[in-house]
Design a protein around this ligand. Structure first.
Ligand SMILES: C[S@@+](CC[C@H](N)C(=O)[O-])C[C@H]1O[C@@H](n2cnc3c(N)ncnc32)[C@H](O)[C@@H]1O
Length: 297
């Protein structure tokens, strides 16, 4: 199946390059100002919610009627305070007119916790009020752009048929999906990017689109959604604000100036793209040196 893919480096608040209907959005937005991944990216939580509101408006415009938007996300803890990111995204999307259709819990293996083990506090203090659980899940929020008109099934849908053996064996039918997260091995292509495992877009794309349809990821990161869409014979749009990620995305989706397949890949670098990782890293390094200097005095 010949597919096309458009990578736009720019802010997804404005997706003016989308000129064809989108049939599914799969994304994981930045985790607000998560200390590990995005310290200081937003000035405050309201600014973060503003981004989600602008995105919801754009999604309403570009998603075909009845089609699905999936957010892979979780609440974020900063300095002990939990920000209800998942609930706020659902609320914002509903205010924009989307139907809250489902919520899948993505359960990660217990053995590896990326951020912090909080439960140790209870072991140090085996008394009430010292309970801080370790987090091993994220949410996959599934929202729908109005009512879907189910088409009459005909032989041309054969290639989009769900493999019921895979569906049953891997328990896709449950509202809890056990999937191993991307482990941050040194030298890995996604090192330093909060990438999701390919299994997540793979399931969502197969469950919510037909072969030849179009998938959007407005927070493309390392390009996982685009890679999987391409492999599954779907077209894709991807927005990413951080130009620093360009070589990583191109490698992940197998871009070549002399392509072996008929798939087309178009890259647009908009004025509003940024070299975010560099400036972020600089800011973090600066913060660290200030903290160090303070601790010396
Ligand atoms: C959690 S990561 C996405 C990871 C991706 N799912 C993957 O598997 O690699 C979120 C990405 O959103 C990008 N981003 C943040 N704000 C953005 C904006 N306004 N427009 C487009 N991209 C943005 C960040 O640079 C980051 O790469």
């Amino acid at each position: 199946m010949r597919t096309w893919h458009k990578i736009i480096f720019g802010d997804c608040r404005n997706m003016k390059e989308i000129d064809r209907p989108v049939h599914l959005m799969v994304t994981s937005p930045p985790y607000y100002n998560a200390p590990f991944d995005y310290p200081g990216l937003f000035n405050n939580y309201d600014e973060y919610l503003g981004l989600m509101r602008d995105l919801a408006k754009e999604l309403r415009r570009v998603l075909a009627p009845g089609r699905i938007a999936c957010f892979v996300t979780q609440d974020v803890r900063i300095k002990g305070k939990l920000y209800p990111v998942a609930a706020d995204i659902v609320r914002i999307m509903m205010e924009e007119g989307f139907i809250y259709r489902d919520r899948i819990i993505w359960r990660k293996p217990e053995g590896y916790i990326r951020i912090s083990r909080r439960s140790g506090v209870q072991i140090q203090h085996p008394y009430p009020m010292y309970f801080y659980p370790d987090n091993i899940f994220e949410e996959i929020l599934i929202l729908q752009n109005g009512k879907y008109r189910y088409p009459k099934i005909n032989p041309s849908f054969k290639s989009s048929q769900i493999n019921l053996r895979e569906f049953n064996e891997k328990k896709w039918y449950l509202s809890v999906w056990d999937i191993t997260n991307v482990l941050p091995f040194k030298g890995r292509l996604e090192e330093g990017i909060a990438a999701f495992p390919e299994e997540i877009p793979k399931r969502l794309i197969k469950l919510f689109t037909f072969v030849g349809e179009t998938v959007l990821d407005p927070f493309l990161g390392s390009g996982t959604t685009m890679k999987v869409a391409k492999e599954l014979g779907r077209n894709s749009y991807g927005y990413e604000i951080d130009l620093e990620l360009k070589p990583i995305i191109l490698e992940k989706i197998g871009y070549s100036p002399f392509p072996l397949s008929d798939d087309t890949i178009e890259i647009i670098e908009r004025e509003d793209s940024k070299r975010l990782r560099t400036s972020l890293q600089k800011r973090v390094a600066k913060q660290r040196s200030v903290t160090k200097a303070k601790s010396r005095t």
